[in-house]
Write a protein that binds this ligand. Structure first.
Ligand SMILES: CC(=O)N[C@H]1[C@@H](OP(=O)(O)OP(=O)(O)OC[C@H]2O[C@@H](n3ccc(=O)[nH]c3=O)[C@H](O)[C@@H]2O)O[C@H](CO)[C@@H](O)[C@@H]1O
Ligand SMILES: C=C(OP(=O)(O)O)C(=O)O
Length: 419
């Protein structure tokens, strides 16, 4: 099933419980390479990126058992070093985390360069620079990264630019060594704090101090159980869906502080939002108003919600400017939306979107995870059916996108395309 027809759905009316964050669980799985005792992860989302990450862990002889549909037992007691040179590394971005994890655990690493969503060029120069600053000898040749620690590691890494997975690599490479390391200008994303929390529970001495992280190699090696934080991008996607289609939604087991900027933008376009310590509810009774968006590292507007938000802009009253300052080439969905009668004009770093009242059904292609979500939302809004090609990519980050929309709208939304 790589192509689907998607039909119009009515207003949203329902509730759901937030699932675990893709961009957190993948970091936590990489951290298990540093563990010697078992880790139980709960609130694990059933997404294909988790399966792919687990396959890489198994190549290191780490045992993974499904305790229930959303919990995993990860047992690293028989871990063995292995190069990771298979094509699987190119399926996901977080395969690059084995650079820091293997260096941290075994003092050496050899792996293929990573894949992940195609968002234009996704270099790894900041990862390599961080490992070199820590004292590793690193080379990248013909798609293979090799690294080793020849001697004592240094006490200092400083990032010139915010990088989420680069920060993770620095922490993982540094935190099992005896001497303290200060890592400066790290990413502020909450998924990094979830990782730090797991490492602390494992008995590692890792502390965030604002924009820096300090590690100092005390290792206690404890068995842990850890609940993955909620997926702010998945929750944001369904809030935006409701703002596009109208109606109301309540999301439980969700800390609203993870989405402060997005909630403020949703309020500005006309959504009524209520929050409590562990829920967000949203009601949309009018056509959204246009709003300019500029993506930025956390706590700014997340680039991963830029494609879904662009659908909102496409049907808003007025003209919006969308600028993606993190991935300037994250624009494929604008071209697809124009096939549906949207008016997106590409400009450097994004698009200027003149809102239209209705979208038309069309044949569309999902080029990556978040543009797939965006195209489904747009297709749910359009009066006539759309066909979306390459839709399987949506499973990288949303456990059951269509089931959730069906539950929330009480409408059957999709059918596989018959060949
Ligand atoms: C698994 C995961 O957590 N993925 C997220 C992570 O990706 P990822 O960690 O790959 O993204 P980064 O934070 O590293 O990228 C931020 C920016 O830095 C640039 N850069 C990055 C590394 C490098 O070595 N050199 C360099 O120039 C990138 O091209 C980009 O412009 O953060 C992105 C930005 O919030 C999100 O879209 C991804 O969903
Ligand atoms: C870009 C994304 O993921 P990744 O970094 O894993 O490719 C995403 O989740 O939108």
């Amino acid at each position: 099933m790589d192509s689907l027809t998607v039909s119009q759905v009515g207003a949203i009316n329902g509730s759901l419980t937030a699932g675990g964050a893709k961009n957190s669980v993948l970091l936590l799985l990489a951290a298990s390479v540093l563990a010697t005792k078992p880790i139980v992860l709960t609130r694990v989302p059933r997404i294909s990126d988790v399966e792919r990450m687990c396959r890489l862990l198994k190549q290191l002889n780490i045992k993974i058992t499904h305790l229930s549909s959303h919990s995993l037992l990860i047992d690293p007691s028989d871990i063995q070093y292995s190069d990771l040179l298979g094509d699987e590394c190119q399926d996901i971005r977080t395969s690059i985390l084995f650079l820091g994890a293997l260096l941290g655990r075994f003092g050496r690493a050899k792996l293929r360069t990573p894949g992940g969503c195609k968002l234009g060029v996704r270099p790894i120069d900041l990862h390599v620079k961080a490992m070199k600053e820590l004292g590793a000898i690193v080379s990248v040749t013909e798609g293979v990264v090799s690294a080793s620690f020849p001697g004592v590691i240094s006490d200092h890494i400083s990032f010139d630019k915010v990088t989420v997975t680069g920060t993770v690599n620095a922490i993982l490479a540094a935190c099992r060594h005896q001497n303290p390391v200060l890592i400066e200008h790290v990413a502020q994303e909450p998924e990094i704090d979830d990782l730090i929390c797991l490492l602390q529970s494992m008995g590692l001495n890792v502390l965030r101090e604002g924009v820096n992280v300090r590690v100092s190699g005390q290792v206690m090696d404890l068995a842990v159980e850890h609940k993955v934080i909620p997926d702010r991008i998945e929750v944001g996607t369904f809030l935006i869906t409701t703002a596009v289609l109208g109606g109301s939604i309540r999301i439980n087991d969700m800390n609203p502080e993870l989405l402060t900027t997005v909630l403020s933008c949703l309020t500005k376009v006309g959504a009524k939002i209520e929050t409590g310590s562990d829920f967000i509810s949203l009601e949309m009774t009018e056509r959204p108003k246009a709003l300019d968006i500029v993506t930025a590292p956390y706590p700014g507007f997340p680039t991963d919600l830029q494609p879904p938000w662009s659908v909102l802009s496409a049907v808003s009253e007025g003209t919006s400017k969308i600028q993606d300052m993190i991935y300037s080439e994250r624009v494929d969905h604008f071209v697809e939306l124009n096939k549906m009668g949207a008016q997106c004009q590409l400009v450097p770093n994004g698009a200027i979107i003149k809102g239209v009242l209705d979208l038309e059904g069309a044949t569309l292609c999902a080029h990556n995870l978040r543009s797939a979500a965006a195209l489904v939302i747009a297709a749910c809004k359009a009066e006539k059916k759309s066909t979306i090609l390459q839709i399987n990519v949506i499973k990288r980050g949303y456990p059951d996108f269509f089931g959730t929309i069906k539950k929330l709208s009480k409408t059957m939304v999709c059918k596989p395309v018959e060949n």
